[in-house]
Structures are given as C-alpha cells and as structure tokens.
Design a protein around this ligand. Structure first.
Ligand SMILES: *[C@@H]1O[C@H](CO)[C@@H](O)[C@H](O)[C@H]1NC(C)=O
Ligand SMILES: *[C@@H]1O[C@H](CO)[C@@H](O)[C@H](O)[C@H]1NC(C)=O
Ligand SMILES: *[C@@H]1O[C@H](CO)[C@@H](O)[C@H](O)[C@H]1NC(C)=O
Ligand SMILES: *[C@@H]1O[C@H](CO)[C@@H](O)[C@H](O)[C@H]1NC(C)=O
Length: 500
C-alpha cells in the first residue's frame, strides 16, 4: 500500500484535498519516462503496463477490458474501479491465444459475438462475457494478406445493424496494384455479417465482396461512426519521402487526413470515391511545394507530372487531382500518424490518437487530440477545409525531441460506461485512462496526471519496445509509414514509382 506515496505524489502535482480523497488508490503507477502533459479540464492516470504492444481496446458487456496485444492475442482484464481515474487491474487472462491477431477488434451489440483481425482475415467467436470465454471460431472475411501494412481495422456499425467495416492499406511498392479496385488494396469495405452465423457460412472475399466505402486510401487505420448521423469518418496515414519536380518536400507534406465516407443507411452519396493514393496527396505546407499556384492546405496535389504519367498513362495535374479525387474533410500535420478515431457518445467531439513520426527531423505527433463536431449535422465545427487549427491536444508527451524512445505512442481508444476515455501506448506496453473533469475549463493551468511510485516497467521498458527500429525490423510490426523509403534514404515517391 502506497497511501503515503500517493499523497506525496498527488500533492506534488497540485491535487486538492477533495480530489485526493477521491483518488486514494491502492496502487498508483508511474511511467518510466517524463510525465505526460494533460489539457486543462482533464485528469489522466496510468492504469496498466507490461503489455505486449497493446493496440485496440474493447469493453465487454460485463465491464471487462479486452486488449489486442499484437503478436500475442486478446487479453481480458477485470478492473477495480474506485471512481475518478483511480482504477486498477484486478485480474488479467489470455482470452484468445493467437499470435497472428494484431490490431482489429469489435463486439456485437448484444455482446455475444467477438470479432478480431489478422493481416489476412477477420474471425468471429461466440463470446461469454460473464465467464470470459470464447468458442466456435469462424472466418468471416478472407484474402487480405499483403506483405507490408498489416492492420485490418474493424468497426461494427452501431447505427446500421450487421455492417462490419474493414480497413486495409497497401504495401508501399504495390502502388500500381492499389489502382485496381478488385485487388482490394487501400480500401475500406463494409460487409453485411447478419447472415454469417455459423462456421459453415462461406467467408467473404475482401477483394470482390462487400460495399466499397472508399479507395485510394494508403492506410486509413482509424475508422469511426458518428453516433447521431451514422456518418463514417477515417483518419489516413499518408506517404513518406515525397518529392515534387525533384525537390524534397517530405518534411511537412503531405498532410495526414480526416476523410468522410457517407452513411451505411443506403444513401450512396459520398460513398465509393477514390481519395487519391497513389497519385494525389493533401497539402499541409504550401510554401514547401514548388509550383504551388492555386494550392492551399488540404488541396490535392500531384506528386509530379512525369511520374503521374508513368502510372496512369494520363496527364495528371493539380487540377485533375482536385477534380477527380476526393479531398480530405480536414488535414493534419505531416507524419503525425493517426491511428484511431472515436466519437464521444453525444457526437460533439471526436478523439484521435497520433502514434508519432519517424520520417521527420523534429519528431511530431505522439499525442491524443480532439476535434469538435456539430452533434446534429455530424460535421466538424471548423467548416473551412483548409484550417490548420482543427486539433486540440488532450494528452501529449512533455518533450517530443526525445521521442519515440522516451515517449508514449498512442494507439487504440475506448470509452467505458462512465464515459472515461481509455488509451493504449503500444511502444511502452501501457494503458492510460482519461477523465474529463470540467466541461469548459477557464484555467490556463494544465490538467492533472495522477502519479505514484509503483512501476509497471520491471520487465518492459519504454526504451526497449517499439520505436522506429523495431518497426523497420519486423513486417508484423510494420504499420503506417513507409519503411522501405526510409531504408533507401529519402528517395521520394517519384523514384519508387519509376521502378514499377
Ligand atoms: C449475406 O446476404 C447478402 C444479401 O442477402 C448476400 O449478398 C451475401 O452473399 C450473404 N453472405 C454470405 C456470407 O452468405
Ligand atoms: C482470393 O482472391 C482470389 C483472387 O481474387 C480468388 O481467386 C480466390 O478464390 C479468393 N479466395 C477466397 C478464399 O475467396
Ligand atoms: C441516411 O442518413 C443521412 C444522415 O442522417 C440522411 O441525410 C439520409 O437521408 C439517410 N438516407 C436514408 C436512405 O435514410
Ligand atoms: C497543457 O497541455 C496541452 C497538451 O495536452 C498543451 O497543448 C498546452 O500547451 C498545455 N498548456 C499549458 C498552460 O501548459
């Protein structure tokens, strides 16, 4: 028991006596790196460590937390909840022992069917949330293996029963294949799983079945559904090492994207469009781009004209990029690496995790941010598509210059039944909980990280796991930015495409 430690730590971070009383936890963990910084009106606490690359999160109907540990399987954690952020893991067990599971997870509305993905397939199990057991494994969607970007994010619609969305990127080097719809690369598809009930049902072939919500998406790892309108949004990890007309423009271009994919209710509007990859990309920093007439933030630009001719046979210009491809709804800084998007239940805000850069001189990203939405229209409140101010930071590392080694790297999120927001950091093997303590804080002071003295890091350390080196070394762990280009130095997309 560390009551004394808690008291000291709490006082050290300026908690009031009332807040302290609410936060007399049995065990208060401290990260091995500098304490994160939290926005005013928020309180955060490290709840668990020593996990194996924790990616996506899902609460079950009995309040237990399911965690996809990439390369290990799915683990189930029951929680001791003392209110506020004072929560600890009381019991952990492996629910599904399968090393190929690496990112996606979803649970049916009735809590009785669990879905998870490997690089090649989506599987379903019957799930007993009371006992914490699964049975009756079957394959739901198949034929997705490719050799590089391996996450297959799952989203089970809460608005339109029976639709399972599966997002699949494409390996850099497969640019030409990504231009053929039936190759199934760089797409988000929706599958009607209401009739996939038994193990005898034939699995969907990703490349030919389902509804194409969008394509030309390099790697849209985060997919979310607006809780009021049912609008589908995804966050896109754009390419690295970009050149244009021979000039290296990769430091601040292209921007990462928030894209919109319409609704699952049968309306075809906004659905099935091509979002540009591998031809057209979103501008983040206009000034870095040569021949930038008519470009603004969020405009689709062509990487180079000669190069575009090589891949399409047609002359591609900034103008055709703008007219023939869907541009982002909002654009984020280059290399932030967005991984998850989750809407708050009222639909007034979306949270986005940014795992952070590797292909940039000064590290960027490594944070969880929010975007304001109009809860009725389901649109971002910033109407200008060329805004640079869409993101408000909620929790971030203290000093990005020591990232990725001495930083957390945000990945998956989930809301619990008390609307607390949970977040994984895969590189450090950790899970944080975030609590909104004030709706409209007036304070200019930062919020609170509740910290103590207990270390979760006896065997896993922040500096050991994750980071770019590990990403480069392992295909399974490879994710959302282009390793090949980096290995070859900054050769530019033009160079890579010319080899095809
Ligand atoms: C499920 O039903 C839909 C529509 O009736 C059909 O197109 C699809 O092939 C069925 N799926 C399976 C796996 O049988
Ligand atoms: C996988 O896709 C290929 C090519 O589209 C097809 O020939 C094959 O039948 C598919 N396999 C399954 C299991 O659907
Ligand atoms: C689908 O939902 C959208 C957003 O609420 C709405 O505008 C549209 O009319 C709906 N379409 C159908 C066919 O219900
Ligand atoms: C508080 O933290 C946020 C990050 O979550 C940061 O953007 C902001 O600058 C900080 N504010 C102060 C006053 O330190």
């Amino acid at each position: 028991m560390k009551t004394n430690g808690v008291a000291k730590a709490a006082l050290a971070v300026g908690l009031s006596a009332t807040a302290l009383a609410q936060n007399s936890c049995d065990k208060v963990l401290v990260p091995s790196y500098d304490l994160p910084v939290v926005a005013a009106g928020w309180q955060a606490q490290l709840i668990a460590g020593e996990l194996t690359k924790p990616r996506s999160l899902q609460f079950d109907s009995s309040g237990a937390l399911l965690v996809v540990e990439s390369g290990k399987g799915i683990t189930r954690h029951t929680l001791k909840d003392n209110g506020g952020t004072c929560i600890s893991v009381s019991e952990s067990k492996t629910l599904i022992d399968e090393k190929t599971l690496n990112h996606g997870i979803a649970l049916s509305k009735d809590g009785k069917t669990l879905y998870a993905s490997s690089a090649s397939a989506v599987y379903a199990w019957d799930y007993d949330s009371k006992a914490g057991t699964v049975s009756g494994k079957r394959e739901i969607v198949t034929n997705m293996s490719n050799n590089d970007l391996v996450t297959r994010t799952l989203l089970l619609s809460q608005k339109e029963d029976g639709y399972l969305l599966v997002s699949r990127g494409s390996a850099d080097g497969n640019e030409a294949q990504a231009e053929v719809l039936n190759n199934g690369l760089s797409q988000i598809r929706a599958f009607d799983i209401s009739n996939v009930t038994s193990s005898s049902t034939k699995a969907y072939n990703y490349n030919e079945d389902g509804v194409v919500l969008g394509w030309g998406l390099r790697n849209s790892v985060g997919v979310g559904e607006h809780p009021v309108t049912g609008g589908i949004y995804a966050v896109e990890n754009s390419i690295d090492g970009v050149t244009r007309n021979g000039k290296d423009i990769h430091e601040n271009n292209p921007g990462e994207e928030l894209n919109f994919f319409g609704y699952l209710n049968g309306t075809k509007e906004h659905q099935g469009g091509n979002y540009g990859y591998p031809k057209c990309f979103a501008v983040w920093d206009v000034s870095e781009i040569p021949e930038n007439d008519n470009l603004k933030i969020g405009s689709q630009f062509a990487i180079t004209e000669e190069n575009a001719q090589t891949i399409s046979g047609n002359k591609l210009t900034d103008e055709t990029c703008a007219s023939d491809y869907v541009s982002p709804r909002l654009t984020f800084p280059a290399h932030y690496a967005p991984i998850d998007i989750k809407f708050a239940p009222k639909g007034d805000v979306a949270y986005v995790t940014f795992r952070g850069s590797f292909d940039k001189t000064d590290p960027v990203g490594y944070r969880l941010s929010s975007i304001q939405f109009n809860p009725t229209t389901g649109e971002p409140t910033i109407s200008a598509e060329n805004s640079r101010d869409a993101l408000k930071d909620i929790i971030m590392n203290k000093d990005n210059s020591v990232c990725p080694d001495k930083c957390f790297r945000p990945v998956g999120m989930a809301f619990d039944s008390n609307e607390r927001l949970w977040m994984t950091s895969d590189s450090t093997g950790e899970i944080y909980v975030l609590l909104k303590t004030e709706e409209s804080p007036t304070s200019t002071e930062n919020g609170t990280i509740v910290t103590g003295t207990d270390s979760p890091q006896s065997s896993a350390s922040a500096t050991k796991a994750g980071g770019d080196d590990e990403n480069a070394a392992s295909a399974l762990w490879n994710g959302w930015e282009t390793r090949a280009l980096v290995a070859a130095g900054v050769v530019g997309v033009a160079g890579v495409l010319a080899l095809i």
